[in-house]
Design a protein around this ligand. Structure first.
Ligand code: NAD
Ligand code: ZN
Length: 343
């Protein structure tokens, strides 16, 4: 089968032929119908060999997956061949305290979380071997191309926003930094589950327009004036939650500069930015969180939001042969929403 692999440190992803995997005991083989292109893949492909701590090379990319069940191993009887499914990506041990609550994203097993496309062969291929049927949820009438990025762009944003929702009542302010794949989902989720005013910040003009198109109340250029503009929009009080989908030095400092007393700074972007935290370095009782992905129950919830029409991932599609181009476009900031590969 065809697969898109990261093969050499510093190299580009390459299309290669690899053997089609077989479903062993407890496993499910799916024929991939859609696989999302995430900025995290660019991070994986940008670290040096010395810093690299992901799956062994070659690594088949793709941690957002939708597909159709193609084969089931012994003991995996919940789904039948032909069933359309979404894949929950943060595969934990399934047994520890966090996993048993469905929070496999916070698996406490020493091996940690082992997602496809990051630690295991991923979804940028004709077939994906899913380690256990508990990682699958029914697609339930959603379109796979539209829905595939609910599994990361949607789920990660939902998890980030949901934990801060108690601080986002009427008259409150949320800031979304970076209106890309995750950010445009976060704006819609904020609008769906909170009455807060949503302020988007991005460095790209077209992304600011995009943010308004998907529901932001205000769009602020991410320049030197950004903190002042955001503070003005909040009447000088600051924002009650800031979701940083970049994580650069500039953006974490912006978050620290606009957070209100008792506000949340939620750093989701995996950039190298660092925010010094100590007494009076931030307004009183401000909280800083750095969440990872989301739980299995939250994946069900975010698909319900999509089904109810509250969340629509904007997609552009690519064949597996053209997938390297999708990565080039993502790196240059040209993708509006999410690039999705349809093998
Ligand atoms: P993306 O490329 O689709 O979007 C990034 C957006 O940020 C773009 O619109 C870009 O114009 C904007 N941007 C860049 N620099 C900026 C700045 N200084 N100020 C304001 N806006 C800026 O990326 P994505 O796929 O949405 O991923 C976003 C980040 O989230 C990445 O760092 C990714 O690795 C990370 N991520 C984290 C998790 C997690 O669990 N924590 C999960 C998935 C992705
Ligand atoms: Zn676990």
């Amino acid at each position: 089968m065809k697969a898109l692999q990261y093969r050499r440190f510093g190299g580009r992803p390459e299309l290669v032929d690899v053997p089609r995997p077989l479903a062993g005991a407890g496993q499910v083989l799916i024929r991939v119908t859609a696989a999302g292109v995430c900025h995290s893949d660019l991070h994986i492909m940008s670290v040096s060999e010395h810093e690299y701590r992901y799956g062994p090379l070659p690594l088949t990319l793709g941690h957002e997956a939708a597909g159709v069940v193609a084969a089931t191993g012994d003991g995996a009887g919940h789904f039948s061949v032909g069933d359309p499914v979404l894949v929950y990506g943060p595969w934990g041990c399934g047994q520890c305290r966090n996993c048993s609550q469905g929070k496999e994203n916070y698996c406490s097993h020493p091996d940690g979380v082992r997602p496809p496309g990051i630690a295991r062969p991923g979804a940028m291929a004709e077939y994906l071997l899913v380690d256990h049927e508990r990682h699958l949820i029914p697609l339930g009438g959603l379109d796979p191309v539209q829905a595939v990025s609910l599994t990361d762009a949607g789920l990660t944003s939902y998890h980030a926003v949901k934990q801060s929702a108690p601080k986002l009542g009427a008259g409150r302010f949320a800031v979304v930094i970076g209106a890309g794949g995750l950010g445009h989902a976060a704006i819609q989720i904020l609008r769906a589950i909170s009455p807060a005013t949503v302020i988007a910040v991005d460095i790209a003009e077209d992304k600011l327009r995009f943010a308004m198109d998907v529901g932001a109340h205000h769009a602020v250029p991410g320049d030197e004036q950004a903190a002042e503009t955001v503070r003005d929009l909040t009447g000088g009080r600051g924002a009650d939650a800031i979701f940083d989908f970049v994580g650069s030095q500039r953006t974490v400092e912006l978050a620290g500069g606009v957070v209100a007393t008792e506000g949340d700074i939620v750093i989701v972007g995996v950039g190298p930015g660092r925010l010094p935290v100590g007494y009076r370095s931030l307004p009183f009782d401000a909280t800083v969180r750095a969440p990872f992905w989301g739980s299995r129950p939250e994946l069900w919830e975010v698909t319900e939001l999509a089904r109810a029409g509250h969340l629509r991932i904007e997609v552009e599609t690519y064949s597996l042969d053209d997938a390297p181009l999708a990565y080039d476009r993502l790196a240059s900031g040209a993708v509006r929403g999410r690039a999705v590969v349809t093998p």
